[in-house]
Write a protein of this length. Structure first.
Ligand SMILES: *Cc1c(COP(=O)(O)O)cnc(C)c1O
Length: 229
């Protein structure tokens, strides 16, 4: 039987191989283990193997795990669709939010971030594939939103995130990641102190690393196929 720890090590090896191949340091690419739909016991097993950062897409499920595993002092990232009526729950419990795509959500997260906690780290989710059904701010609207979010007092804008349309072709996978990196470089040149490009999942993390990902969000390759969502 392949253990979770072995699958974690295999993903870390993929990250290190891709980093080496594209002239980057493996330590420049962080792994976010996407634990949505998987039990707290699996998260604890990976934590014991050294994994510190976990991603959740559903507010109540995430808060439940954060509460149960509080003494492990893990880092929790919210990566799902965020509704305005859930912003307080998220800003009180999570360390990061990757899915900010409109100012109203960012304002609410900032206003409800407890003063006992450091500013909430956030990424703007950008719609790099231009599909009508995908969430995320458009490439054209992203600069204005980035500057507005960066000015909010209780948020720390760390960079950009994207979920491109899936493709089996490596060059097709790279193209939307390149667009996100170019937008990030443009915004850095305008003075935004970004340190995060959140891009790449189980099936395309090599293409994302080739284009400069600093954080890959990996679920299936660690935990296996999800039954739901
Ligand atoms: C579920 C999810 C992932 C992980 O996807 P896998 O293909 O299982 O690696 C990454 N990012 C987001 C935003 C997700 O919702």
């Amino acid at each position: 039987m392949i253990t979770l720890t072995a699958r974690l090590q295999a993903v870390l090896a993929r990250i290190a191989d891709a980093a080496r191949q594209y002239g980057r340091a493996a330590s420049d690419v962080r792994l976010l283990a996407v634990s949505k739909t998987w039990p707290t016991t699996s998260v604890a097993e990976l934590a014991a193997a050294g994994q510190r950062s976990f991603g959740e897409s559903y507010v109540q499920e995430g808060i439940d795990k954060i509460g149960r595993l509080r003494e492990l002092a893990l880092e929790w990232h919210f990566i799902g669709a965020l509704q305005a009526n859930k912003t307080r729950l998220v800003s009180e419990s999570f360390d990061w939010v990757h899915s900010v795509d409109r100012l109203r959500i960012a304002q609410r997260l900032s206003a409800s971030r407890p003063s006992s906690l450091p500013p909430l780290s956030v990424c703007l989710q950008v719609n790099v594939s231009g599909e009508a059904t995908k969430r995320g701010v458009s490439l054209a609207a992203a600069p204005d939103l980035a500057h507005a979010v960066a000015a909010l007092p209780r948020l720390r804008l760390r960079g950009l995130m994207a979920i491109p349309a899936p493709s089996d072709d490596f060059l097709d996978q790279r193209r939307p990641f390149r667009r996100l990196r170019e937008l990030s470089e443009h915004l850095q040149a305008e003075g935004l102190p970004f340190d995060t490009l959140s891009m790449g999942m189980s099936h395309d993390l090599e293409a994302a690393i080739a284009e400069g990902a600093t954080l890959v969000r990996v679920g299936t390759a660690i935990f296996g196929e999800r039954i739901t969502a």
